[in-house]
Design a protein around this ligand. Structure first.
Ligand code: CMC
Length: 373
């Protein structure tokens, strides 16, 4: 049992109108809309609009934001020049962190921090992250870059830029739902990091760079990648239970399980489990799904801990043939919508975030000159 307050558990760090969680009931909502309504009905661009305008778009507003996003998909000059080097030298999340940081240098709005400029920067960041990830992957594989297709949605365009072929409608729809499900999640570690940075009145690119750095860790966004590595290591559904028991006996965490706020099912996992099943049936390759099911049963029996968003996301991305080390960057391609909205919300009613501490070091003591130590 962690000490009270450790990891800021239960501390209200900010007021937000963007998303809400009722952990005991397993409810997640964006701006008042239940994730169980958004997942089957909304497209990702609608969610970007919702998070930034606090209302669902009209058809005309949705078309406008789609056009705006489609126009801003190309990385700007400095980030584009860096990409071949990053593809050769950097791990994916380090690439993304560096490319976003570099983007600030040649952003068309420069260092303008007005509300209007910050909104344009936010939309630009939402638009460009998937292009960065896809271009990086193609360059490191020695493939030619596939330019973004302005007629495609964010979801379909990402899969197209990554693979060079247009995804079938069902794959694009499932990936779109993944983007909807990952878009925002109250005061998670990366969003908090972004708000802390923004609260110093640093710029939006710096705040998003901080968020990407925080998302990278395996206790946060990095978990989805570790889940796929675990599934691959288990290999057979029949080996899952022993693997889990062994891991728990060694007091090791099982990635993709547990949550600070949800005490029951993470509502996002409900949709991701269903989509993993759908894709297993569609592809005729049930292995990852079956192994996942066995892991879930073992975790329930042994620890009564539920899967979180990262657990079935791993299988879904695997079925969509997204490379495992891109799972966390893909998470960022969605969460960028929430991060940028939170940064703008922070600027709109800012106060420096500067928590207090509990000192546990030695009591005051006398200085000892160097010669006497
Ligand atoms: N596997 C095994 N035991 C676990 C797990 C797990 N995944 N998660 C929690 N526990 C146990 C933990 O050992 C502890 O037991 P005890 O009280 O006996 O010491 C208890 O549950 C509380 O765990 P905690 O680590 O103190 O809980 P937390 O609120 O600090 O951490 C967490 C939440 C998500 C970091 C944690 O559950 C975890 O490390 N999970 C695995 C990593 C993961 O899947 N992360 C993705 C989180 S969801 C998406 C996101 O935000 O990115």
């Amino acid at each position: 049992m962690a000490a009270p307050g450790k990891g800021l558990e239960g501390v209200v760090a900010a007021e937000t109108a963007l998303s809400d969680i009722e952990g005991k009931k397993g409810i997640l909502s964006y701006v008042g809309y239940d994730i169980h309504d958004l997942a089957p009905n909304a497209v990702f661009e609608e969610v970007i609009y919702l998070l930034h305008h606090l209302e669902l778009p009209t058809p005309r507003q949705l078309d406008e934001i789609k056009d705006q996003i489609a126009r801003e998909r190309e990385p700007n000059e400095f980030a584009a020049q860096l990409m071949p080097y990053l593809a050769e030298k950097c791990a994916p999340m380090s690439m993304l962190r560096t490319a976003v940081s570099a983007s600030s240098a040649t952003d068309p709005d420069g260092w303008d921090t007005s509300e209007e400029a910050n909104y344009r920067k936010a939309i630009r960041l939402c638009a460009v992250l998937p292009t960065m990830v896809a271009q990086y992957d193609r360059l490191r594989r020695g493939e030619r870059i596939v330019p973004p297709d302005p007629t495609l949605s964010q979801a379909a365009n990402f899969l197209y830029m990554l693979k060079g072929d247009k995804a079938d409608d069902e794959s694009a729809r499932i990936f779109d739902t993944c983007l909807v499900l990952h878009a925002d999640h109250t005061m998670n570690a990366s969003t908090f990091a972004a708000r802390v940075c923004a609260a110093t009145l640093s710029d939006i690119h710096s705040a998003i760079t901080a968020a990407i750095a925080a998302l990278k860790g395996p206790l946060h966004g990095g978990a989805n990648e570790q889940v796929m590595r675990m599934i691959k290591e288990i290999e057979e559904p029949s080996r899952a239970r022993d693997y889990i028991v062994n891991r728990l006996n060694k007091k090791e965490k099982v990635m993709g399980f547990g949550h600070r706020v949800y005490k029951g099912e993470d509502p996002r996992a409900t949709h991701l489990r269903r989509m993993a099943k759908e894709l297993a049936e569609k592809t005729g390759d049930g292995r990852n799904y079956e192994i996942s099911q066995e892991i879930e049963k073992a975790m329930m029996d042994e620890k009564e801990i539920y899967p979180n968003v990262d657990f079935y996301a791993a299988s879904v991305y695997g079925y969509l043939r997204i490379p495992t080390d891109l799972f966390t960057p893909v998470f960022a391609c969605s969460r960028i919508s929430g991060w940028t909205a939170h940064v703008r919300e922070q600027y709109a009613d800012n106060r420096l975030i500067r928590p207090d501490h509990a000192y546990v070091g030695p009591a005051p003591r006398d200085w000892v000159p160097l010669s006497q130590r």
